[in-house]
Design a protein around this ligand. Structure first.
Ligand code: SF4
Length: 295
């Protein structure tokens, strides 16, 4: 059957071939361990139960999880995904976090219908999801944590081959907010709601300011915005001279200053030393083949 799950609508028959997202029909992951560097509001004890899925329908040239997004990983069944959630819960995870699993939403939703963790479920994604694609997660995800990468269609085209990214991401974010309702934070821990991430790119201040203008019209109440400065040239970024460097502090400060001027209620900012490859976890191409984090 031709896959039209995501806005890419590439039409691959995933039973017999790989999609644009670089994966077939069966779910694949690269890592499922406690992850210690997520925003404290979703992991108050610093322990996200992160399940990193292989493949990605965006395929950004600078992807900070490059090998994983290009399909490196090992297959996991629905039953194994349920067991993985239980294991992470048993290890004290603050949440169960599905990282870049948009091209596997039917399988993730089926696993969550079989087993609902006692901790919040977090859907961490690229923001490039169709409204219909997200519908099966309605009532199963407590916290949406999408990226909002681009306001600039030219940048979305150059780095992610997705000229429709800004329009798609606006609709996706509105659907996520509709599903989870008003963001609820108790004792510093998000129980449900939305946390939007934006990674500021080198030379991308204007794109970022446009993102803030868009988000100002969508986020409200206790919705959170995380402005990320941790970009390091990775993957194919070396082929794009303008992003083949780390972010300058002055660029990040300009974006943070605009967020302050726009009066976002809940903004998370990073330290300047966040731009370090040691924050990027290693992934496994086979189950149990290692995959230690670099710090
Ligand atoms: S989920 Fe993958 S296979 Fe399906 S339309 Fe999107 S890119 Fe193509």
């Amino acid at each position: 059957m031709k896959c039209t799950l995501c806005p890419r609508a590439c039409g691959a028959d995933r039973a017999s071939q790989l999609g644009y997202c670089r994966v077939g029909e069966r779910m694949k992951i690269g890592r499922a361990e406690l992850h210690f560097w997520e925003e404290p509001v979703i992991a108050p004890h610093g322990k996200s139960g992160a399940i990193f899925f292989a493949g990605c329908s965006l395929g950004c040239v600078y992807c900070q999880n490059f090998s994983l997004s290009r399909g490196e990983g090992y297959e996991i069944s629905q039953e194994e995904l349920v067991e993985t959630m239980k294991r992470l819960e048993g290890e004290g995870a603050d949440n169960i976090e599905f990282v870049t699993g948009s091209h596997y939403i039917p399988g993730i939703a089926a696993a969550l219908r079989e087993y609902r963790p006692s901790v919040p479920t977090v859907f961490n994604c690229g923001g490039y999801e169709g409204v219909e694609q997200l519908k099966p997660l309605d009532g199963l995800i407590d916290i949406y944590m999408p990226d909002f990468k681009y306001s600039d269609s030219a940048a979305a085209t150059r780095y992610s081959n997705a000229p429709d990214y800004p329009a798609v991401a606006v609709k996706a974010l509105k659907e996520m907010k509709r599903q989870v309702g008003a963001t609820l934070v108790e004792n510093g821990a998000m129980k449900r709601g939305v946390l939007v991430r934006h990674l500021v790119l080198p030379g991308g201040v204007r794109n970022s300011l446009g993102v803030l203008d868009i988000l100002k019209n969508i986020l409200d109440g206790d919705d959170h915005l995380s402005l990320m400065s941790q970009y390091v040239p990775f993957g194919d970024a070396h082929g794009f001279p303008e992003i083949d460097r780390k972010l300058k502090p002055v660029e990040y400060k300009a974006v943070v200053a605009r967020a302050e001027r726009l009066n976002f209620r809940r903004v998370l900012v990073q330290d300047a030393d966040s731009a370090d490859e040691s924050f990027i976890p290693e992934f496994e191409s086979e189950k149990g083949s290692g995959g230690n984090t670099r710090r």
